[in-house]
Design a protein around this ligand. Sequence first.
Ligand SMILES: Cc1cc2nc3c(=O)[nH]c(=O)nc-3n(C[C@H](O)[C@H](O)[C@H](O)COP(=O)(O)OP(=O)(O)OC[C@H]3O[C@@H](n4cnc5c(N)ncnc54)[C@H](O)[C@@H]3O)c2cc1C
Length: 420
Amino acid sequence: MGDVSKAAKVDLVVVGGGLVGLMAALKLSHATRTKGLTLGLVAPKTGSSDPRTTAMLMPSINMLEELEVWDAIKPRTAPLKTMRLIDGSKRLVRAPVTDFRSSEMDLEAFGYNVPNADMITLLEEKIADINSIVRFDGRVEEALCETGKVTLKLDDGTFVESQLAVAADGRNSILRDCAGIDVKKWSYPQTALVLTFKHSLPHDHVSAEFHTETGPFTQVPLPAKPDAPNRSSLVWVATPEEAQNFLNWKTNKLEQYIENKLQSCFGKIEIKTDLHDIPLSGMTAKSFGQNGVALVGESGHVFPPIGAQGFNLGLRDVSELAKLIDHKDLASNTLLANYTRKRSTDVALRTAGVDVMNRSLLTDFLPVQIARTMGISALGNISWLRKLAMHSGLGNGLSGALPSPASLMEKGQAAVNRSR
Ligand SMILES: Cc1cc2nc3c(=O)[nH]c(=O)nc-3n(C[C@H](O)[C@H](O)[C@H](O)COP(=O)(O)OP(=O)(O)OC[C@H]3O[C@@H](n4cnc5c(N)ncnc54)[C@H](O)[C@@H]3O)c2cc1C
């Protein structure tokens, strides 16, 4: 690895400047300041060209508020007040249109949609104002990982040494390999296509997810711009062959296709960005931390973009890690073992949920189509099931959505009284 004697020393280092890495640096800067620890961030300052937008759910918004960045980010977001599921397939059995309204949960919005590039710029600005974060602008080229000591060699020749490294370096994480963490990987016969577009009719803060035979076709509202009062982003999943085809289409042909797919709900479409393709795959790490490395975000889990889960799940990793760092010694074996234990169920449940939803869209097997249709119909009609789904979809887990035994007894007693 070379001469590490002049390595810069920090107690904790975050590697990766994507959305999760920057949020991790901000969150951990609070935790480390209260414990008197030093924090490094290794992330090349390249300016983001990430074409995606991210729907952030309320627990993520709460974290942004707590980190005092929400006021700067909010004007760049659009609130998501209604989530609409539309069966856009041509199958024999189709589900009815189902709306979930945030007002049913007494919420102003389910979440907020933000362009990734805008959010990365704003988070970078906030980080630059925090003196306690030591910034290294390079990329990690080589790493040595053991409990209590991680040594990084950056591409500009700098060495960084730390007791614990937080791997936010994405799905091909160099730190995950360094820690010897194995992964389970799988692929989908799908490619995500993303773009943003202007439309003639207002979105009214509705996000519409059209379920098609090849995967979801999802419009998500964006905030108005002076030249585009009605704007949305589109994430649309197609087969790799179809995706290749679409990439070669002329803009006006693509605009007409999108307008038809969206059943003209948003009026005339004008595409505002290039069409980007992202092949879909899945991955789960077999441990979320060992040998001095904790995995957060896509270094630990990857799945298709259905139901706005990936980034939100990544922030729950960050939140759990921050709690453990508050209470445990960074170099202790138990910190990473506890972290893995605490994150495993949440990651497994979200990964399985998204996988089942995605595969049920792809299948031609009639019983699965009927089950999916009945599931969506039930969500539309049964109020407690709707609330349970909304609560769980918001990243709150299931328990808070279920009525407590006391409230059930109260309701039962009220029903008995009414029948007397
Ligand atoms: C089309 C699409 C739409 C999505 N929409 C949503 C949504 O609406 N809501 C939601 O919650 N999730 C969504 N997701 C998922 C979400 O985008 C990801 O979960 C999230 O962006 C992952 O962030 P990350 O920081 O972990 O990884 P990344 O964004 O991949 O960032 C990793 C960073 O690490 C850096 N890096 C890599 N290697 C090194 C190295 N050796 N040294 C230093 N730095 C390194 C990279 O340059 C990069 O900046 C979507 C995903 C897709 C594909």
